[in-house]
Design a protein around this ligand. Structure first.
Ligand code: ASP
Length: 338
């Protein structure tokens, strides 16, 4: 096997969808369409093989269990390719990018996730440029991490979120500058990128019930929080609090509910509901009270990265103390060092 080739792992998503009576849905025959579409340029592009997950899915159907199937070809064929592209629906792409970043630590080659807002089969589609850019980036030796390439920008996977439901510029990494821009030239921020590592891959079996997200809203009750915490199999909760990490901590029942779940070994991570910025620990009494009962600050983690990281740590069957310690530390560029 030549090592200047790229492996494209097609998981589904709009990029390969065709219209049906029920709306856009994943369709067979993507590779043929892709090769036809790129026909005139194939000689100038990195050679690639394409592998399709079975079944192809709309990424809204994704469960953490599928992260293992998406990581598997990268793990099994790591030595055979210069880089990897994962074609994925945009809806949960940032979750998968985050999960892959924890599962594929120590990369020394690129893993680039992309997709499109308009199917490749349509005359006017963002799929062509996203694919062409991803192919060029997937052979760049400077990239040693899981990234998202979308609409001209290369973003760190575990820092990215889908910000726009309909614009072609769907992704942003609110707390980290883009790692690269593809314009007339390709410019890469090597100063921000992870250094090449030694593969330390781990693909533990995920339990979809292990992590839940609770978004605070004015008037949220201890009963509602308790209902979530009572889910069988739950090991961790992400609490999306207000601003720099504030919650209605004068609600004694709510605080008791959280405190007793933590005492029983549930990991609770505090994240901000704001699209940008970080939980700043103890600025306000309403935030400091959460820290006192053992809620862990997620600092500037995205929801997607916190969710995937918590899943990954719990799937590895670590103790609550170990999960808490690793949640606080940056493992692969997902958060600021605290
Ligand atoms: N629903 C689609 C998906 O996530 C949306 C997209 O790909 O843009 O699979």
């Amino acid at each position: 096997m030549q090592t200047d080739r790229v492996l494209i792992i097609h998981t589904g998503g709009t990029i390969g969808m065709l219209p049906t009576e029920q709306g856009l849905a994943p369709a067979a025959g993507f590779e043929q369409l892709l090769r036809q579409r790129l026909a005139e340029r194939l000689d100038t592009l990195p050679a690639f093989d394409l592998l399709e997950l079975d079944p192809l899915i709309d990424s809204a159907e994704l469960s953490p269990r599928q992260w293992n199937s998406i990581a598997a070809p990268v793990i099994e064929r790591y030595g055979d390719y210069a880089g990897f592209i994962v074609l994925h629906g945009t809806d949960t792409l940032a979750y998968t990018a985050s999960a892959l970043s924890f599962m594929l630590q120590g990369l020394a080659k690129p893993v680039i996730l992309t997709g499109s807002q308009i199917p490749l089969a349509e005359r006017r589609s963002d799929a062509d440029s996203n694919l062409l850019g991803a192919l060029e980036l997937a052979v760049r030796p400077e990239i040693n991490e899981v990234c998202i390439y979308f609409n001209g920008r290369l973003l760190r996977g575990n820092r990215s979120v889908k910000m726009d439901a309909s614009a072609l510029s769907a992704f942003e990494s609110p707390n980290l500058a883009p790692l690269g821009e593809v314009g007339i030239a390709i410019s890469l921020r090597t100063d921000l990128m992870l250094a090449p590592g030694k593969p330390s891959f781990s693909s533990p079996e995920f339990d979809p019930a292990a992590v839940a997200v609770i978004r605070l809203f004015p008037g949220i009750s201890a009963t509602l929080i308790q209902a979530v915490l009572s889910q069988p199999g739950l090991g961790g909760v992400i609490l999306q609090s207000y601003g720099v990490g504030n919650a209605p901590t004068s609600d004694a029942a709510l605080m008791e509910t959280l405190e007793s779940a933590i005492a029983q070994g549930t990991t609770v991570v505090n994240l901000t509901q704001c699209s940008r910025g970080a939980v700043a620990g103890d600025t306000y009494a309403t935030g400091a009270a959460l820290s006192r009962i053992g809620v862990i600050s997620g600092a500037d983690l995205t929801l997607e990265a916190a969710f995937a990281k918590l899943h990954w740590l719990l799937a590895k069957k670590l103790s609550a103390a170990e999960v808490a310690m690793q949640m606080r530390q940056p493992l692969c560029g997902e958060k600021q060092a605290s």
